[in-house]
Design a binder for this molecule. Structure first.
Ligand SMILES: Cc1cc2nc3c(=O)[nH]c(=O)nc-3n(C[C@H](O)[C@H](O)[C@H](O)COP(=O)(O)O)c2cc1C
Length: 140
């Protein structure tokens, strides 16, 4: 098992339907290649953690790097580990309603984020870093 975290800036014209597209693509593809993780989007910044087998994660990461919907991509950390942390990732975001995504308030994000953070078991240092960076972003 392998994990990585990156952060990036969303393009200024990113719309809520772009976010829905990203979530849909991610859910389908990640399920198919057994990648899990967590994507946080707030205030035109993304932070994502991906976990899965090293080859699949790196293949996906190179697609994400070339995605024109964001820029200034910064690979923060990568690490080998034993256990998967985000077993329920796809479900957690799939259940977002379109209306909720159109009305992305800070409270909504913080609540979703806290719900997901409670799913984490045996956090690695990388997972702890993910929560720390995410908290900083949400408080910005
Ligand atoms: C911030 C961000 C996160 C993304 N995360 C994923 C992801 O976890 N899984 C995924 O399949 N695509 C994700 N994408 C979309 C990919 O960049 C890419 O569009 C998708 O893999 C389809 O690529 P393809 O058309 O080359 O197959 C993400 C895009 C962005 C902007």
């Amino acid at each position: 098992m392998f994990e990585l975290i990156y952060r990036s800036k969303a393009v200024p014209n990113l719309s809520s339907s772009d976010i829905l597209d990203i979530l849909k693509e991610s859910r389908e593809y990640n399920l198919a290649v057994d990648i899990t993780g967590c994507l946080l989007y707030y205030n035109y910044e993304f932070i994502q953690i991906l976990e899965g087998d090293r080859k699949s994660v790196m293949e996906l990461f190179s697609k994400i790097e070339n995605d024109k919907r964001h820029f200034n991509l910064d690979l923060i950390i990568q690490n080998e580990k034993h256990h998967r942390t985000f077993k329920h990732w796809s479900m957690a975001y799939h259940e977002l309603k379109k209306s909720e995504v159109n009305d992305l308030s800070k409270d909504h994000f913080i609540n979703s984020f806290l719900t997901i953070s409670h799913l984490a078991e045996k956090p690695t240092d990388v997972i702890k870093l993910f929560w720390k960076l995410s908290n900083e972003l949400l408080k910005s």
